[in-house]
Design a protein around this ligand. Structure first.
Ligand code: HEM
Ligand code: HEM
Length: 232
């Protein structure tokens, strides 16, 4: 069971497991991974698989909407106001990274925080542009009829170009995770599965705040139902 210090600011004597990623965020992450892979595979297969591409892309849109809301009302480590830090903090962290006294952060570090924002924005752009895209054969995004042919063609070009941006960001994401594992000897993947991380030292109590999963479940259900209702 995850351990929760009574006084989160009190330094534990030895390393103890502390909650880091709440269940909704972990589910969001692994379902997102599955759907992004599905979107690429179905786009490459084409033909009848494009219907699954549209469904998978629309579900990603709903998940991103959920993540946006959860980023304001969710648990401490996933709140944008707590993990998105200024360039000075990112630079300070980057400089400390290879030294012996590297800063440790319970959730996203100040540099990683920006890579997460970049990934969420790129995925958001991809899902929204897909709504207007066309393969000029049988598949169109549900909002394609709202724009001119020229606009749809331009948005489709951007949809294709941004797919490369997403692949680049995901590769960087995986390289960063491998860097932590092999160079820093820190396994970041395990906490994304179990939800907790071994921690020693004081903690910001705001970071250890955990919001109930049922709240996330309601929000996610509303987002998925809302997006699919709106687009049908
Ligand atoms: C399509 C591929 C992927 C996408 C789009 C993706 C996206 C993301 C996003 C958006 C987050 C932020 C989570 C949040 O705050 O909501 C994240 C975090 C994370 N992802 Fe991925 N991910 C992908 C693949 C992977 C893979 C394959 C792994 C494991 C090998 C992985 C491991 C992690 C870990 C460990 C974190 C937490 C990083 C930290 O400690 O700051 N991801 N990912
Ligand atoms: C984040 C989610 C998405 C990803 C990663 C993604 C990825 C891709 C990729 C890789 C292609 C092939 C581009 C190429 O031909 O080079 C594609 C094409 C397409 N996508 Fe998406 N897509 C996403 C969301 C959506 C959504 C939500 C829709 C519509 C509801 C959509 C509709 C289309 C259409 C109609 C095409 C065909 C355009 C063409 O022939 O190039 N996509 N998508």
């Amino acid at each position: 069971m995850p351990y929760f210090p009574k006084d989160p600011t009190a330094p534990p004597v030895e390393k103890a497991p502390v909650n880091v990623w709440d269940l909704p965020t972990r589910l969001f992450h692994w379902i997102l991974v599955l759907l992004v892979v599905t979107s690429f595979v179905t786009a490459n297969i084409g033909g009848n698989a494009m219907q699954y591409h549209v469904w998978s892309g629309e579900t990603i849109l709903a998940l991103l909407l959920f993540r946006l809301i959860w980023g304001f009302i969710g648990s401490g480590t996933v709140r944008f106001t707590l993990f998105v830090r200024g360039p000075a903090a990112a630079w300070r962290y980057a400089r400390s990274l290879l030294g012996p006294d590297a800063e440790r952060h319970l959730g996203h570090n100040p540099l990683g925080g920006w890579s997460i924002v970049a990934m969420l924005l790129a995925l958001g752009f991809q899902a929204v542009s897909g709504l207007f895209a066309t393969d000029d054969i049988a598949t169109q995004g549900p909002l394609y009829p709202l724009v001119s042919d020229a606009t749809a063609a331009r948005v489709t070009d951007l949809h294709q170009f941004n797919a490369g941006v997403i692949i680049t960001l995901v590769c960087l994401h995986i390289v960063a995770i491998l860097f932590y594992l092999l160079v820093k000897k820190e396994n970041l993947v395990k906490p994304m599965i179990t939800g907790h991380k071994l921690w020693q030292g004081p903690l910001d109590p705001k970071m250890t705040d955990v919001q109930p999963s049922w709240l996330a479940l309601i929000m996610a259900a509303v987002c998925i139902a809302g997006i699919f209702y709106w687009l049908r």
